[in-house]
Design a protein around this ligand. Structure first.
Ligand code: PMP
Length: 445
């Protein structure tokens, strides 16, 4: 019997209603879900409500949530100020297809918080924002090729959906012929010499990078690596684009770039930007680049970098985003969460050591990872190639039956939010320790 089996049996017993809903879902929705990431064998959880750092499933089980809506809900579920703002805006005008003041307020707020942003455009998701940013960097530079880092995730747009799944040299999705992804050049993460050599050998329009890749269980880019990317981009005339969809406004009011002290030409935002629960994305940066979207300057479609959309910058999402960013502007929330993150890494590290587990604790600020790899991981490649998937999966079910939710079954990583306390973190560490002891007894590794 595999280590995970008894916890899977318990999971089945406690989630009968979720099982029934999944059966129904699979009749109408391919695979029963709208994002494979949310699938869990033999069936995912169906939630009924959420508040603070908890959610309840349809069977009435309560979970401490370390996933927090794809890390978007930095203030927790149902954060009152944003909920109230949304309610008021719903009554006034949720969607107009007209201009309104909220989009200006949000743009001004983003500029105020993120030093490298001079102008910004809003989209409906991180994927969409990345897609339009690819177009903008090509327009500005007149170059075709795009660099991206191994294992970094920028959403499902063709040009960036490459070297995402491991092994990185296989297509990361069907339906992506070489003609479509051939202009994307893959670079090794946290490998200065390797990445610099490739960038120097091409004429890249831009390098897109996540500074704290979720697929690397939040092991961050080395400061030296980020600095080297900035330098080689300047040297070769490529733009540097930071995808701060997760890290933006979270690691500090100005995001990861403020922490590193290295500034990109463009930044991609999402998640927190929409107030945590409204679909939202944005790309912004130097005016010199962003002005290529300006329809008053570039009147011919063939000369303008097009961006737009039915819900782009809609008042409901813009107001929710603005309301939340105002809460995050002082940096107090982030400081507390970063301290809690430090505490969590320390506690998890002690738990790992005491239990005899072979694991590494990774992360930065309020983002954490636990990695069952043979040596300390430094990149998504190390994580995805080295992870003991069986052990990670067993931990996942063990946590679920003990009322703790995170993702993913194969790459354990966690996000802290304002309602989390040291007690929640202590419980997480305690469970990791207990799991380690059980795993040690029942399995040789
Ligand atoms: N970039 C990063 C760093 C992300 O984490 C994500 C989403 N997980 C995206 C882009 C894509 O955003 P969305 O899911 O809103 O399209």
């Amino acid at each position: 019997m595999a280590l995970r089996d008894k916890w899977v049996s318990r999971y089945l017993e406690m989630t009968k209603k979720s099982e029934a809903l999944f059966r129904r879902a699979a009749q109408s929705i391919p695979g029963g879900v709208n994002y494979p990431l949310r699938y869990l064998a033999p069936h995912p959880l169906y939630a009924s409500r959420a508040e603070g750092c908890y959610f309840w499933d349809v069977d009435g089980n309560r979970y401490v949530d370390f996933w927090m809506g794809h890390f978007a809900l930095i203030m927790g579920h149902a954060y009152r100020k944003v909920v109230e703002a949304a309610k008021e805006q719903l009554e006034l005008a949720a969607h107009l297809g007209l201009e309104h003041e909220w989009e200006i307020l949000l743009a001004e707020q983003v500029k105020k918080m993120v030093r490298s942003v001079e102008q910004v455009r809003f989209a409906n998701s991180g994927t969409e924002a990345n897609m339009y940013a690819v177009r903008a960097v090509r327009t500005y530079t007149g170059r075709k090729e795009i660099g991206k880092l191994e294992g970094c995730w920028h959403g499902g747009y063709d040009a960036l959906h490459k070297a995402v799944s491991y092994p990185f040299d296989a297509p990361s999705s069907a339906g992506l012929p070489e003609e479509v992804t051939g202009l994307t050049v893959v670079l090794p993460f946290n490998d200065v010499d390797g990445a610099v050599k490739i960038i120097r050998s091409r004429r890249l329009a831009a390098v897109f990078v996540e500074l704290v890749p979720s697929q690397g269980a939040f092991h961050p880019a080395d400061a030296e690596f980020v600095k080297a990317l900035r330098e080689v981009c300047d040297e070769t005339g490529a733009l540097l684009v930071f995808d701060e969809v997760i890290t933006g406004f979270r690691l500090s009011p100005g995001g990861a770039q403020e922490l590193y002290g290295v500034y990109p030409d463009l930044t991609i935002f999402g998640k927190i930007l929409g107030g945590g629960f409204m679909p939202m994305g944005a790309f912004g940066g130097r005016s010199e680049i962003m002005e290529h979207l300006d329809q008053t300057k570039y009147t011919k479609p063939s000369e303008r970098s097009f961006h737009g959309g039915t819900y782009a910058g809609n008042p409901l999402a813009a107001r929710c985003g603005y309301t939340l960013l105002r809460e995050l502007e002082s940096g107090e929330v982030q400081e507390r969460l970063n301290r809690l993150g430090e505490y969590a890494r320390k506690k998890l590290g002690e738990a790992v050591e005491r239990s005899g587990l072979k694991a590494y604790v990774t992360g930065i600020g309020s983002l954490l990872g636990l990695q069952f790899t043979p040596s300390p991981p430094r990149s998504p490649r190390d994580t995805l190639s080295g992870m003991d998937r069986e052990l990670a999966e067993a931990l996942y079910y063990y946590m679920l039956v003990n009322g703790v939710y995170y993702i993913s079954p194969h790459v354990p990583h966690f996000g802290l939010s304002a309602p989390h306390t040291e007690e929640h973190v202590d419980r997480l560490a305690e469970l990791v320790e207990e799991f380690g002891r059980i795993a040690g007894r029942e399995r040789r590794y």
